[in-house]
Design a protein around this ligand. Structure first.
Ligand code: IPM
Ligand code: MG
Length: 400
């Protein structure tokens, strides 16, 4: 016989989740338009070191960005700030995923470049705080997680638009254990949340001269929520008559990404949060590992750019932090430049990273004293960025 008491208790919890999410929908409806950075002065760029190897790779990234934007800093168009305190020690002491004063400082910046931050897990000695990443995505409403994966020589140029605030992540810690044997989690997909990420993907395709958007779901099985995502894609596509689109299922998509006969056909991909989490790790591995990829978390008002690897506490414990690879954070820096309107500088940095990390590799990082230091790699990338022949050097390598 059904346990009516357990059902009633679960209904109540479900009711609370629904009320919260309907309020959220109202907030989404009232949302403003994208910031136009050409109207903003100064654009405030916050540098967040984070934990472990974070401060080491952040220092190298900041050096390159300050170099590329030296004219803009001199003219007052761009201002760099350093934000301390997003460390696991300070977060544990305050028992906050992002301490109040740190969050306030972050909100005074337009965009931030963030080193990795440790996410505690049960039993690792730290209080079980929510991931600083996930909190920041929620606090600043950074709904678009943009992850490019490029292997120019193989003709691979993918940009993933992963929805960053909904799906299984929205209420991931508010599931219900109805009875000891029955657990239920909730998946949240809204029209507004789908519309803004899908529109961002189409707009990106249009801006960058691409002609297709691939929409990834499992709508044949997960009919209500993925069905909605797909319906919204159909609607949004009508605003972009010059861009084609097709729907793919997530399972076959994971196969297609490693299928040489298919790989090149994908350009811009848009997908709900959890599928995006998984597929972008696979994609980054194809490019050379998650340590090589950068990630943009952007909303209409704020942006946060980060490396997609962890804080490598072991490297620090073993005294190897100075050998940490800054490439992924620099990739994120290149995305930051493009996002705030310095496309040319962003492009230079992307090309220098391709040359130094994928092709020429005059020196290479191994994570220990068998390879170069973060600083040496930073200098190599900087001299490559400065090279007047950067474009032709890049073209040559890409042709192979
Ligand atoms: C990512 C990470 C995060 C996520 C973790 C660190 C919470 O895997 O950025 O892809 O699951 O989104
Ligand atoms: Mg992930």
């Amino acid at each position: 016989m059904a346990d009516t008491k357990a059902i009633e208790a679960a209904k109540e919890q479900f009711g609370a989740v629904l009320a919260q999410q309907l309020e959220r929908v109202e907030r989404l409806k009232a949302e403003q338009d994208w910031v136009n950075y050409s109207d903003v002065s100064p654009i405030v760029v916050g540098m967040i070191g984070g934990d472990g190897i974070g401060p080491f790779i952040a220092a190298e990234s900041q050096r390159v960005l300050e170099f590329l934007l030296k004219d803009q800093v001199a003219s007052g168009k761009v201002e760099f700030r350093t934000i301390d305190g997003l460390t696991i020690e300070n977060r544990a002491e305050k028992l906050k995923s992002i301490p109040e004063d740190v969050l306030a400082e972050i909100k005074r910046c337009h965009v931030t470049l963030k080193g990795p931050t440790h996410t505690p897990e049960r039993g690792d000695g730290w209080p079980n705080l929510e991931s600083a990443n996930v909190s920041m995505r929620k606090e600043l409403d950074l709904f678009a997680n943009i992850r490019p994966v490029r292997i120019p020589r193989e003709g691979i140029d993918w940009t993933f638009f992963r929805e960053n605030t909904e799906d299984m992540y929205a209420v991931g810690s508010q599931g219900v254990n109805v009875t000891e044997d029955l657990g239920i989690d909730f998946r949240v997909i809204t029209s507004q949340g789908s519309e803004r990420i899908i529109d961002a993907a189409f707009a990106h395709a249009q801006r960058t001269g691409k002609d297709t958007v691939t929409v990834v779901t499992k709508a044949n099985i997960v009919k209500t929520t993925d069905g909605k995502f797909l319906d919204i894609a159909r609607e949004v596509s009508e605003r972009y008559p010059s861009i084609g689109w097709e729907g793919w299922y997530i399972d076959i998509m994971t196969a297609a990404l490693i299928n040489p006969a298919r790989q090149k056909q994908f350009q811009v991909l848009v997908l709900p949060n959890l599928y995006g989490d998984i597929l972008t790790d696979e994609a980054a591995q194809i490019q050379g590992g998650v340590g090589t990829a950068g990630s943009a978390n952007v909303g209409k008002r704020y942006g946060m750019f980060e490396a997609i690897h962890g804080s490598a506490p072991r490297m620090v414990r073993e005294g190897r932090a100075q050998y940490a690879d800054p490439s992924s954070m620099m990739r994120a820096g290149a995305m930051l430049l493009t996002h705030i309107g310095f496309e040319e500088q962003g492009d230079k940095l992307h090309k220098a990273l391709d040359i130094c990390g994928q092709y020429e590799r005059k020196i290479a990082i191994t994570g220990r004293d068998t390879g170069c230091t973060s600083q040496e790699l930073g200098e190599y990338i900087m001299t490559t960025v400065e090279d007047p022949n950067l474009d032709s050097r890049w073209d040559e390598y890409v042709k192979g």
